[in-house]
Design a protein around this ligand. Structure first.
Ligand code: PLP
Length: 439
């Protein structure tokens, strides 16, 4: 009884708090609902005598989110360059600028010169075509799965697709390529065994009912040992089109990823169509690329189902800038040297060693996101006690590492160098949370 009534009497009224110019300004940015929620929570704390009446506005301001979105900006110290749970490829600054320009009214489908309707996303399409000169035509849809769905729907509904048994893959979260393809009305004809398939197997399966041969890059696992698969030039000798789902979105050969298929080589070697994701190794926004034979691409673009998979202007803007601007973060991460990562890890360790036991260690990073499953990227990490993992994930700027052999590793391969100081602050603050006696 004692304290609460006093707290109630001195608690300011909600409308007085909301009238504060700083909260009014916040409401213009975030919307009144979020500001009201923060004010109500701060007033409740005042009523409970946790804060003084004069501090209510400051407390409400302090509790406001940085944007009207529940998505948080996270530092990817997981050692997985393309992490699906962290939104795959982070966009380049050039892509972010481009999409913020496109966010308003924009000439995505209008020629400002003539005042007439123009080809939607022509700049992005030209950028893709420029990056893969061997593609007769290019089209962009919502994601890699949508690209495959469109090809199947447009070319193979009611018909048969021939595919190797060892390439019937599950992408993740239970999504299986064979089920996707069958849901579009095509029938799969599997050839070969789990580990081996030959050109004769394909040739024997292809008949008048076959729409195309599908080759799928097993992008998230490797089969080794007694294996054989059929190359693109060999499959291109068959009498039906070859559709190659390369997955990762490498447009041309990458020196560090020699076994990862790329669109330019696949088309040069005779694939009719290549499908790929935009937010894996390409380092751009989520989208699906379709490249290849000009007539086939045009028939896909004109198919009624294509409209249901249409990408928005933000994606088109970010994709174009990813291709024409400076290298995006994924590409930079794949090129970074272990020596420079070691030096950064040592500097971070030196900046936190007074508050926590930390060491700089060598680590093995992965490409991730369905790309180059067998490739180990030599990296460097800051090793910390695993008890810090949760505090780091839930801090003001979340840092996501991974625990390996009893240590929390913050792998720096996918951390932008300019974020090293943020990592230092996050570790120092996580260490202080953990050391608080009441924890
Ligand atoms: C990732 C991947 C897909 C799915 O692409 P999304 O962009 O996630 O829809 C399809 N096929 C392969 C081989 C992949 O690696």
């Amino acid at each position: 009884m004692g304290r609460q009534p006093d707290g109630r009497r001195s608690t300011p009224r909600t409308d007085h708090v909301l009238a504060d110019p700083r909260l009014q300004a916040a409401a213009r940015q975030l919307g009144i609902n979020l500001v009201k929620q923060a004010a109500v929570a701060a007033l409740a704390r005042c009523r409970n005598a946790e804060i003084a009446p004069g501090d209510v506005v400051d407390a409400a301001l302090g509790a406001l989110p940085p944007a009207a979105s529940t998505l948080r900006s996270v530092i990817n110290a997981s050692g997985v360059v393309v992490h699906t749970n962290l939104g795959r490829a982070p966009l380049s600054d050039a892509a972010v600028t481009a999409l913020s320009i496109a966010a308003g009214a924009t000439d995505v489908e209008l020629s400002l010169e003539s005042g007439l309707r123009d080809r939607r996303g022509r700049g992005a399409l030209a950028a893709v075509a420029g990056a893969v000169p061997s593609a007769g035509g290019v089209h962009v849809v919502n994601n890699g799965a949508a690209a495959l769905a469109l090809v199947t729907r447009a070319l193979a509904a009611g018909r048969t697709i021939v595919v190797a048994r060892g390439e019937m893959v599950e992408i993740g979260d239970g999504f299986r390529i064979p089920e996707l393809v069958e849901s579009m009305g095509a029938t799969l004809r599997e050839v070969g065994t789990t580990n081996r398939v030959r050109l004769e197997d394909y040739a024997a399966a292809v008949d008048d009912d076959t729409a195309f041969v599908l080759k799928v890059h097993p992008s998230n696992f490797v089969i080794s040992g007694f294996t054989s698969s059929v190359t693109v030039p060999e499959l291109a000798t068959l009498s039906v089109p070859l559709v190659f789902d390369i997955g990762s979105g490498l447009l041309s050969r990458h020196p560090r990823l020699p076994n990862e298929p790329n669109a330019a080589d696949a088309l040069r070697e005779g694939a009719s169509l290549v499908t790929a994701s935009g937010d894996k190794l390409l380092g751009g926004p989520q989208c699906g690329l379709l490249l290849g034979d000009a007539d086939l691409v045009e028939s896909l673009r004109r198919h009624p189902f294509a409209r249901a998979l249409r990408v928005d202007k933000l994606t088109l803007a970010a994709l174009e800038a990813t291709l024409t601007g400076p290298p995006p973060p994924v590409v930079t991460a794949l090129a970074v040297s272990q020596t420079s990562l070691r030096a950064r890890a040592a500097r971070i360790v030196a900046a936190v060693a007074d508050v926590v036991s930390a060491s700089a260690v060598d680590s093995s990073a992965a490409v991730g996101g369905g790309g180059a499953p067998a490739v180990v990227l030599p990296s460097a990490s800051v090793a910390l006690p695993p008890s810090l993992a949760q505090a780091l994930r839930t801090g003001a700027r979340p840092v996501v590492g991974h625990v390996e052999r009893g240590l929390l590793l913050l792998d720096l391969i996918a951390v932008a160098p300019e974020d090293d100081s943020v990592v230092v602050e996050a570790v120092r603050s996580a260490a202080s949370v953990r050391d608080r006696p009441c924890m």
